[in-house]
Design a protein around this ligand. Sequence first.
Ligand SMILES: [Zn+2]
Length: 309
Amino acid sequence: MRIEYAPALLEAVVLAHVRRLEAAGDPVPARELQRDTHDLDLLDEAARERGLVELHGEAFRKHGFEEPLREALGERPELAGLVARVQLFVAPEARLEEVDLNPPGSTERILRIRVGAWRFAQPKILREYLARQLVHVADLLDPAFGYEHLARLSDRPAEDGLLRDRYRVLWELSVAGRLARAGRCPDAERARVTGELDALYGTASTTARARIFARFFDGPRPTHADLLACAHDTRRLFALAGVPHERAGPMPGSPCPLCRFPSHSWSARLDDAVVAAVRSDFPSWSPATPICERCSDLYELAYATRSPS
Ligand SMILES: [Zn+2]
């Protein structure tokens, strides 16, 4: 497997590193880098560019920045035969970080990882981050997982976002659990996914959430079809997780399934017309799940203004 680092990533990581050393009272590496960079000024543009890439690449290797990825890949030997090249790019901000594979059918399988340069300041946390991403990639490439790319999970943008979050969090729980069994899941990551699960399924009881956690974190890996079914239908999720039938009301302060804001007042019985209106925006919502009063008011109002009086 070939590993390639984009010149912009090498530069960002190395510059940030020498600046950190400088701030910590060691100005030598920054000065040396500046001197070596100046030496390249005598060359023509193309040669200067090549020189810079070489300079940053050398410093990158010297400071051990290749190690986190190498170690994370070492823990996923199953990827060796499946991925020909791994390319790392710099993500200018956290929300632009992503991992993707080039489409199947390409002559060569390339794994592209877009990562923030700031992560290299903490090699252990970077390695843990990469380890999680690589488990996702191994799932994607495993025919038994049955992954299929879907551009949209719902035609309604609001619902699409919700379904994607559910799919992602349930998958992340399974990834965290598998890494935990290998002694590779830090407590902070476990706490983070648990928090996301609680936020997404805040209207379920504590027992139900504990069962979901146990099923995905401790249980066998779900398939793509399982994740999709669970994201679309909470009853399927409860069945898979062995949650006994419950009709517990939402806890005060738990998020509304529609607007996702924490709510303390929940709609009582909804009008059939309102149910139909909510369903047209959120087809997977069931009237058995209470919605917040703000949302029910909005839908009632929208219905009243739409219908002839
Ligand atoms: Zn709401």
